[in-house]
Design a protein around this ligand. Structure first.
Ligand code: SAM
Length: 305
């Protein structure tokens, strides 16, 4: 591989090979996840962010926004399935689903499974950057296979502004999935108390929200604790769960799920998947749903007390 004159702050040459290193001095000082590059597929600056897509030697194609890995073809299913199926399977009648962010279209691919099972009736995705959708359609075709599907309404807008606009409308959702990038950049507003207020306002009674927390118990447990405190100012029933996968720094990513229905034990699914559909799920099943909420003692006492 010869990158010629191409340079990128996250790419270094080591022993004659090119490596992508995910570095973030604020979120994970002193550690970095690296992937060997087979080929650079695309690099551009959209209106909102730096977008890099490369083929890695072991993890397939990789989408990177502002230097942070969003997904790899090899392990994306773990995150997409957990963030989608936990709230939908925890809801008794999830008919209307809103996805905020989600430009790689992996979450809507998972939501469509529930449309095909007859549970979900309406899917809307609000993504700020249409360039992410277009590039995912080209370079992550298995993730973005429903980017142009008439069953999904895609709105190109700032998710925060979209939720604000709902304050004067009666349009509400049963499940809202925030599949955003990390707080540095256009997703900054999603990690503040006001965002939880906007989410609550956009939910039907007993609705459920879930978001990626951008951190995990190993990287920055205090940040997570604060995020949970913010969520608890608005929602009475807030839980932390974790997803295991190599690509996120430290090998796992935390999610926050919340509802104002205090009778709902979010860690137990309300339904089981039909036997003939189970083969469509590579990560998610009822036992994984429950186990994702189980924390080691030190993390449990810090986060939940
Ligand atoms: N699974 C990923 C992760 O956490 O690493 C997130 C994937 S998805 C690619 C994140 C998307 O959120 C991006 O496409 C980004 O453009 C979008 N996004 C960021 N800020 C946004 C905002 N304010 N409104 C809507 N979408 C936003």
């Amino acid at each position: 591989l010869d990158l010629g004159s191409f340079t990128h702050p996250s790419i270094s040459q080591v022993g004659g090979k090119y490596w992508f290193y995910e570095k973030d001095e604020q979120s994970f000082p002193g550690q970095s996840f690296g992937l060997e590059i087979e080929k650079i597929l695309h690099h551009t600056h959209s209106k909102y962010q730096d977008i890099l897509i490369f083929k890695s030697t072991k993890f397939g194609n990789v989408l990177v926004l502002n230097g942070i890995i969003q997904c790899t073809e090899r392990d994306e299913f773990a995150y997409q399935e957990l963030i989608t199926h936990v709230p939908i399977m925890s809801h008794t009648n999830p008919e209307k689903i809103l996805v905020i962010g989600g430009g790689d279209c992996g979450v809507i691919r998972e939501v469509i499974k529930h449309v095909e099972m007859g549970t979900v009736k309406e899917v809307t995705m609000v993504e700020i950057d249409d360039m992410v959708i277009k590039l995912s359609a080209k370079y992550l075709p298995q993730m973005a296979k429903f980017h142009n599907d008439p069953r999904v309404k895609i709105i190109i807008d700032d998710g925060f502004e979209y939720l604000k606009s709902l304050q004067t409308q009666s349009n509400k959702y049963d499940v809202i999935i925030t599949d955003s990038s990390d707080p540095e950049g256009p997703a900054e507003e999603f990690f503040k108390v006001n965002y939880f207020n906007l989410l609550l306002n956009a939910l039907n009674e007993n609705g459920i929200v879930i978001m990626q927390s951008s951190e995990n118990i190993w990287l920055n447990i205090n940040y997570l604790k604060n995020l949970l405190v913010n969520a608890k100012q608005v929602f009475h029933n807030v839980r932390y769960l974790q997803c295991y996968m190599p690509l996120y720094t430290s090998g796992q990513l935390g999610l926050i799920v919340a509802t104002n229905d205090c009778q709902n034990d979010l860690s137990s699914p309300q339904r089981s998947l039909p036997a003939d559909k189970q083969s469509q799920f590579k990560y998610y099943n009822s036992a994984v749903h429950q186990a994702s909420f189980v924390l080691p003692n030190w993390a449990n006492s810090l986060l939940n007390n």
